[in-house]
Design a protein around this ligand. Structure first.
Ligand SMILES: *Cc1c(COP(=O)(O)O)cnc(C)c1O
Length: 428
């Protein structure tokens, strides 16, 4: 594979951008080799600056659930741009997208738009703290909630990929207010609540974790958290930046039938534009300024072009609910393909899968939390990544990320993915 142009761009980028990239995992550090610079994408395919073509199994880390450059979204973006890309004043689409989100996610009664998932989670914990008049939050090891200071403690995604789940620059004062429990460990949560009586404002988690690879909540885990929050006046926050509108129209909370108090959203909600949102119970959301005392603002929040893209994508998902069964069927085919290759080659790696998210873990133990995820052979993951890339399959460049299937992936792509995995596995 010829990647001269990408190499040239990366060399130049390193002079002007820290590490040559605007988000760390993109640098391919965990898998070796140089990152590819992408020129365009359409449907299921990415094209790099050297005109190599790849089947995309990341979907821009989730947002492109309909495939790239979907006509419905493209048209709405172009329509919005012509009326000026920004007003900094209220506009019609903000009302329409809020109404649509509230109709798709029953636990969300009011919603505030922001510009990223990071902003959504930062704002949600400030709100939970303001509402409960308590300082501490409880998060789970290996869950990633963006790069806000309070969350960069045992964080997943790029933080663990770079080997820095705890970042320098986060003050001790901030860190002491973040309590940690292993994912799926209800007993530990109980202990922490008992040890910190009336001090915990919120429990925040990815209801299905996607940032330590795909990790699924065990029987009774989410129900147990709901109950503990109710008994102790704690705000339950589901960070559905990744799972929202992906696992179902109403996200993981619909699949598991648990209503959190607050929900954070991002990725799919922007149709590929920079958008996030947080919402939930009216009585809590009415604490947000200017209705209430908790301050949160944004010059470009509710931006008309971003709203047009998000609205088009959410509207499409809402009016085509059959898409979720299709996504799941495609994902099952891919995962079945992987399983049969693993069996044929006597490899007993672990696969986790739910809806259109899955991960192959290079370990032979069940992956249910951060500790089991970290048992993976990341060297082997690197070989797998590079082998798939050579075969034209673009994976997330880290063991600790989930893969996402888009509606643009069909039979032809499913077969190519299986045969590419076969060539890798046969060489093991
Ligand atoms: C991606 C992600 C975030 C951060 O969103 P950004 O838009 O990258 O700031 C937060 N939480 C979860 C669960 C995510 O997957």
């Amino acid at each position: 594979m010829k990647i001269d142009t990408s190499k040239e761009l990366f060399e130049k980028a390193k002079h002007f951008i820290p590490g040559g990239v605007n988000s760390p995992v993109r640098a391919f550090k965990a898998v070796g080799g140089d990152p590819l610079f992408i020129k365009k994408a359409k449907g299921a395919y990415l094209y790099d600056e050297d005109d190599n073509q790849f089947i995309d199994l990341i979907d821009s880390w989730g947002p492109m659930i309909l495939g790239h450059a979907h006509s419905v979204i493209e048209e709405e973006i172009l329509r919005a741009v012509k009326d000026s890309p920004s007003f900094g004043a209220p506009s019609r689409r903000e009302v329409e997208i809020a109404e649509l989100i509230v109709s798709m996610i029953p636990s969300v009664e009011k919603v505030r738009m922001v510009n990223s998932g990071t902003e959504a989670t930062m704002s949600a914990i400030r709100l939970a703290r303001g509402f409960t008049k308590r300082d501490k939050i409880l998060k789970f090891e290996g869950c990633y909630h963006g790069h806000g200071d309070s969350f960069l403690i045992a964080a997943g995604s790029g933080a663990i990929t770079m080997g820095t789940p705890d970042s320098p620059g986060v003050t001790e004062g901030t860190a002491k207010d973040t309590l940690l429990a292993p994912f799926n460990d209800l007993e530990k949560v109980k202990e922490l609540i008992e040890a910190n009586p009336n001090e915990i404002a919120a429990i925040i988690l990815e209801p299905v974790a996607g940032n330590m690879g795909c990790v699924i909540p065990g029987e009774g885990f989410l129900e147990g958290l709901r109950k503990l929050c109710d008994e102790n006046g704690i705000v339950l926050i589901f960070d559905e930046v990744m799972t929202g509108f992906r696992l179902a129209k109403g996200g993981a909370q619909e699949v598991f039938n648990i209503q959190p108090d607050l929900t954070t959203l991002g990725k799919i909600i922007g149709g590929g534009m920079p958008v996030g949102a947080y919402g939930g119970k009216k009585e809590i959301m009415d604490f947000v300024s200017p209705e209430g005392p908790v301050y949160q603002a944004g010059t470009l929040s509710g931006n008309p072009v971003a709203m047009a893209a998000g609205l088009a994508q959410l509207h499409y998902l809402n009016t085509h609910p059959e898409i979720y069964a299709q996504l799941e069927a495609t994902t099952n085919q891919i995962v079945d393909g992987y399983q049969s290759v693993l069996e044929k080659n006597n490899l007993n790696y672990t696969m986790n899968k739910i809806g259109s998210m899955f991960s192959l873990f290079f370990t032979n133990i069940q992956v249910t939390d951060f500790a089991s995820a970290k048992s993976c052979d990341t060297e082997k993951f690197g070989r797998y990544f590079r082998s798939m890339l050579e075969s034209g399959i673009y994976l997330a460049p880290s063991q600790f990320e989930a893969l996402f299937i888009s509606a643009a992936i069909g039979e032809k792509e499913v077969e190519r993915i299986a045969s590419s995995f076969e060539s890798f596995a046969a060489g093991q």
